[in-house]
Design a protein around this ligand. Structure first.
Ligand code: ZN
Length: 262
């Protein structure tokens, strides 16, 4: 009987998925995924969206909830080389991102690529940032975005931190219903003001692990040797894969965006 009850609960969670508070005493109730869309996922490099939000994307795709991926860069700096090579690699990674999103169940992925320099977001000037924010706002208004997902503002990678700040600036001037962050490269020690603004929510993806793994494997250039000349470069560490292929995805609901992104 217990097993039947557990199976019924799992079925219910699959049919009516929710983001569930990790610590009920600190939070409001569960958030049904059906209340999130249209969703914008800001991804600094092709693969961050799959690693950080792959299960969420698959669940939302099943619910026919609209998802737009904002690709900040094409990830062309993961393997060093000349300009021609970097352009080629950027295109490879854009295709990998598209395939991963299809694998997760989006028939025609809506990816908007800004083509900003991989590894160079921290060097953007104030004026450039304002132009980028205006472009993001225009996109959000055109898609009538209700919910935004961004990397953590204290992520170890500067492109991730800048992405979080750019989206936070837009959301501060034009509030959205929900503003969530996802972790990729967490720092050893998190800043207290960041943690204080975060309310952790979990999404059960037990039944989606193999699908998410397949989607992660679409990012082939980040997992295997690409070609004999450009073998030096980034490889997804086992620890990252292990952390991102667990039964639950974790997101932080940011209530006070200003304090979080200070
Ligand atoms: Zn990244």
């Amino acid at each position: 009987m217990e097993r039947i009850a557990a199976a019924q609960q799992t079925n219910h969670l699959i049919r009516h998925p929710t983001l569930t508070p990790a610590k009920p005493q600190r939070n409001d109730g569960a958030i049904p995924l059906t209340s999130l869309g249209p969703i914008l996922i800001a991804s600094p490099h092709p693969d961050d969206e799959t690693l950080g939000c792959g299960g969420l994307i698959a669940r939302c795709a099943k619910l026919a909830c609209s998802i737009t991926v904002l690709a900040m860069t094409n990830g062309e700096a993961s393997h060093p080389g000349d300009r021609v090579w970097q352009e080629k690699l950027g295109n490879i990674r854009k295709n990998e991102q598209y395939s991963a999103l299809k694998m997760l169940g989006i028939a025609e992925p809506d990816v908007v690529s800004l083509g900003l320099p991989d590894g160079g977001l921290e060097l953007l000037g104030e004026e450039q940032c304002e132009l980028i924010e205006a472009r993001i706002l225009e996109l959000m208004q055109a898609r009538e975005i209700r919910t935004v997902f961004v990397p953590a503002v204290d992520d170890c990678h500067s492109d991730h931190r800048v992405t979080a700040r750019l989206l936070a600036a837009v959301a501060l001037s034009h509030p959205v219903e929900y503003f969530f962050s996802y972790q990729i490269w967490p720092p050893e020690e998190r800043s207290p003001w960041v943690v204080a603004s975060e309310y952790e929510y979990l999404l059960d993806i037990t039944d989606l692990i193999s699908l998410k793994r397949e989607a992660v494997y679409q990012h082939r250039s980040q997992l295997n040797a690409i070609d004999p000349v450009h073998n030096e470069g980034f490889r997804m560490p086992e620890a990252l894969l292990e952390a991102k292929l667990k039964n639950q995805e974790s997101f932080a609901w940011i209530r006070d965006i200003s304090a979080w992104s200070q």
